[in-house]
Design a protein around this ligand. Structure first.
Ligand code: PEP
Ligand code: MG
Length: 573
């Protein structure tokens, strides 16, 4: 189509623009409905954010001005303005998530304006395929047909990208952040993709294929073994009980966590109440959600983490200015303490849910004693206010601190004086100790909680917790990995909180590896000089009781060509 239009066509272009917006918004609404049925309410809310973006009046007005002043066609003006916005946004890490949405809308608008019809901008052949893309939008991901699409590879994105969350919900293995994948993987290439380890093998040899098949059947056998422990208690071979809890990120995980025998929730991530939403969730909505979870785990604690916003997690509902170093910036507890209208309703919701259940509050990214004191004061104020107003709520709740920074570990004795419990967030503790961005695919090899600096901090925390007589648990991803779980048990941790699908595996490990062996592994780990040595120590001790090849999918692919290997959780298994 012509880029420029005549003066007498300008009005028609303005009309076309508005019609295209209406049509795109209609499509997005339909899609949201379909996703609601296929995946669930949280996933479908992603489209609310896209609709909001598509209807953004400031943006559309700027497109209209461009059409009027420069006599441009609607598509040309739209593309121009979208490009401008992309450039503005791509500088800020926290807007990256929204870039995918912007791109999705831009595609839809241009298709609409240029009369490229067809219900959706792509189709998938009728055979088993792995899709390799530069960037996967949530909209494209949810339309994937599980029958034909058996895997996803995306150059952009990490595990917190909406597309990765959706792929996980749909059960499609995915490797995100595989930089260079498009250039390295020509169409038609046979790929071996392992979503668990984040490994992609190009043109696998017959041997590699055989290995992979063996690995798959090993995993099946292991799954059968694991089914047997689902109903068994989490006790060590000598009979000591370990509290094995579940991490819940999305409402959909409540049911699997219960089914897999979680003894409560050790980490309830609440950010997903906000992801992709246009507004903050109300106090009532949160109270309702927290109560629902608490009643799913009668007799067990549910530990709710206050909003962990910031870093790469700033939802649309929360407009903030860009920062040069978001992970060292206005994040987590800092945001909550600065924004009473965000934090106080959440505290009230927690107190209300705690009226007749064991509901607790946990504060992320603490670095100062004062942060805990301030948060506790707010909890007390809100509890008093609820009491005065005659609202059914607990008079107080236990307040715990996440150990996610070396600063917190180094002053843990002081923090213990103002905390009811500690929970170690090994993902962030690794990021801040090793100075490695946890989402950076290039540094994935350096991102490991098995580094001696983390092992030593974990060791210290057990002793400090014991001296202060407060419980210390681990809720970072490390606890969900079988070998690391053995290390944690050996270091003296008695409570682990893990992702629901890994509950049976971790329980099986707890029940299988004798305590003296775990202690011996921990002692060797404390002497080690590198993560490799820690890993070796764990393997050699655990290997006497468990076929370690079962625990580490990567070991089954010797000589593989790696396109990308990502931290656990980056990929969706
Ligand atoms: C952690 O940092 O280890 C943690 C559990 O929190 P999140 O992964 O949500 O940052
Ligand atoms: Mg964290």
């Amino acid at each position: 189509p012509d880029r420029a239009v005549r003066t007498d066509q300008v009005d028609a272009e303005l009309r076309r623009l508005r019609e295209a917006v209406d049509s795109v918004v209609g499509d997005l609404r339909d899609l949201g409905q379909r996703v609601l049925k296929r995946a669930g309410p949280e996933e479908s809310r992603i489209f609310d954010a896209q609709i909001l973006m598509a209807q953004d009046e400031d943006f559309l007005a700027s497109v209209e001005t461009l059409i009027r002043n420069n006599k441009l066609s609607a598509e040309t003006a739209y593309e121009f303005k979208a490009l401008e916005l992309r450039n503005q946004w791509s500088g800020a890490a926290r807007l990256r998530e929204r870039l995918a949405d912007l791109h999705a809308i831009q595609l839809r608008m241009l298709n609409q304006l240029m009369g490229r019809s067809g219900p959706e901008p792509w189709s998938v052949p009728d055979e088993h395929v792995i899709i390799v893309a530069h960037e996967l939008s949530p909209g494209l991901t949810v339309q994937l047909d599980r029958e034909h699409v058996v895997g996803l590879v995306s150059e952009e994105g990490t595990r917190t990208a909406h597309a990765a969350i959706l792929a996980h919900s749909l059960g499609i293995p995915a490797v995100m952040g595989a930089v260079g994948a498009l250039a390295e993987i020509p169409s038609g290439t046979i790929l071996l993709l392992d979503g668990q380890s984040g490994t992609i093998v190009l043109d696998p040899t017959r041997g590699e294929l055989e290995e992979a098949k063996t690995q798959v059947s090993r995993r099946h056998r292991l799954e059968l073994q694991l089914e047997a422990v689902v109903d068994a208690p989490a006790v060590t071979p000598s009979g000591r009980p370990i509290q094995l809890m579940g991490n819940v990120d999305l409402p959909e995980e409540i049911e699997p966590a219960v089914r897999m025998g979680a003894q409560g929730v050790g980490l309830l991530r609440t950010e997903f109440l906000l992801t992709g939403r246009a507004t903050l969730p109300t106090e009532n909505e949160q109270a309702e959600y927290f109560r629902r979870i608490a009643s799913a785990f009668p007799g067990h604690p549910v530990i709710i983490r206050s909003f962990d916003l910031g870093g790469d997690k700033f939802p649309v509902a929360f407009k903030t200015s860009a920062e040069a170093n978001p992970f060292l910036g206005w994040r987590s507890i800092r945001v909550c303490l600065d924004e009473p209208e965000v934090f106080r309703p959440q505290v009230r919701a927690i107190l209300r849910a705690a009226a007749d259940r064991d509901v607790q509050l946990m504060l992320p990214l603490v670095t100062l004693v004062e942060e805990v004191e301030q948060a506790r004061a707010i909890v007390q104020e809100e509890a008093d206010a609820l009491w005065k107003d005659g609202v059914r709520a607990a008079r107080s709740v236990p307040v715990g601190v996440m150990m996610e920074t070396p600063a917190a570990v180094l002053i843990a004795d002081h923090l213990a004086e103002v905390s009811d419990f500690f929970s170690v967030g090994t993902n962030d503790l690794t990021q801040y100790t090793m100075a490695v961005d946890r989402g950076n695919a290039r540094l994935a090899d350096r991102f490991t909680p098995l580094h001696p600096s983390i092992v030593r901090q974990l060791h210290q925390l057990v002793a400090i917790g014991r001296a202060a007589n407060i419980p210390v648990s681990v809720c970072g991803e490390m606890a969900s990995e079988a070998l690391s779980a053995v290390l944690l048990l050996g270091l003296g941790y008695q409570c682990l909180s893990v992702s629901p699908p890994t509950l049976p595996l971790v329980k099986w490990v707890i029940r299988t590896v004798p305590e003296p062996a775990a202690r011996q592994a921990a002692e060797s780990a404390l002497q080690a000089r590198s993560a490799e040595e820690v890993s070796e120590a764990l393997r050699s001790v655990v290997g006497e009781y468990i076929d370690v090849r079962l625990l580490d999918p990567q070991s089954a692919l010797p000589g593989r060509r790696r396109v990308a290997t990502l931290p656990p959780g980056t990929a969706a298994p």
